[in-house]
Design a protein around this ligand. Structure first.
Ligand SMILES: [Zn+2]
Length: 260
């Protein structure tokens, strides 16, 4: 959400008092549009109280020495300055409904929430920690997909995380995937869709390729609401669409159901 005393709703265009929006968990009080929130705000919202950050210092080694219009190393430093995180995911342990739970929340402000080696490693370590301590795992996705600046190494994270989730499943521990706007590319194509329960926030864009690419490929007009949460729920891709203001309650209930 942009800085300042007032914010404009991205949907109904109403000018809103920022404090009112924040009090409402960054949901528009007029039309229920869900503003994008940071990983840390997300963790504050889902945990009961204080939480302990895991693997904070993990940072990309820029294995390809990549540069496009700017060196990748410079983008990493800019991302850190903007989000106070070293990469696009903050993982933590804390209580959810009184139950110790591991949560990873993606940070869109860090290079579009893209998944590279560090995101892959942090999710994997959170899974391993969950297995060790017999905790449930929650990942909140908000991502443009794999991080092209790390090439194939970023794509490998899809397989790595999926394999770790299989071990979590073998340990009979649940994984709740929360999909927020946007969840696309390699993140959708791996862990975001592998939850025992897949929950999305209303109106979130969720897909693999973008609508324009699909339209050009199949040469057909896409239906209304294509790739939005409600459409995906109707077509069996999601289990629930839950308003952010009800999300914590729904998560506690889901964990109760899954953990017994
Ligand atoms: Zn609105």
């Amino acid at each position: 959400m942009p800085e300042g005393l007032w914010v404009k709703c991205g949907s109904c265009k109403e000018i809103l008092y920022r404090k009112d929006v924040l009090k409402n968990l960054s949901v528009c009080p007029k039309c229920a549009f869900h503003f994008r929130i940071s990983a840390r705000e997300r963790l504050d919202m889902l945990f009961d109280g204080a939480w302990e950050e895991l693997d904070r210092g993990l940072v990309s080694a820029d294995p390809l020495g990549f540069r496009d219009s700017r060196p990748y190393a410079e983008r990493l430093r800019a991302g850190k300055a903007k989000t106070d995180s070293w990469d696009a995911l903050v993982s933590a342990v804390g209580l959810v409904g009184g139950r110790r739970t591991a949560i990873g929340a993606m940070e869109y402000g860090f290079i579009g929430g893209s998944m590279g080696v560090v995101v892959g490693e942090k999710v994997t370590r959170a899974i391993e920690r969950a297995i060790e301590e017999k905790m449930p795992l929650v990942v909140v996705s908000c991502s443009g997909g794999a991080r092209m600046m790390e090439g194939t190494l970023s794509l490998m994270q899809m397989a790595k995380i999926s394999a770790a989730l299989a071990r979590l499943h073998e340990a009979r521990l649940p994984f709740v995937s929360i999909l927020t706007d946007p969840t696309t590319g390699g993140v959708t194509a791996s862990y975001a869709m592998l939850g025992d329960i897949n929950v999305a926030e209303p109106g979130a864009l969720i897909g693999f390729a973008g609508p324009r690419v699909i339209e050009q490929t199949i040469r057909q007009k896409l239906p209304e609401g294509f790739q939005r949460s409600e459409f995906l729920l109707e077509h069996g891709m999601l289990d629930m669409v839950v308003d952010r203001r009800e999300l914590k309650k729904a998560l506690v209930r889901s964990l109760q159901l899954l953990m017994g």
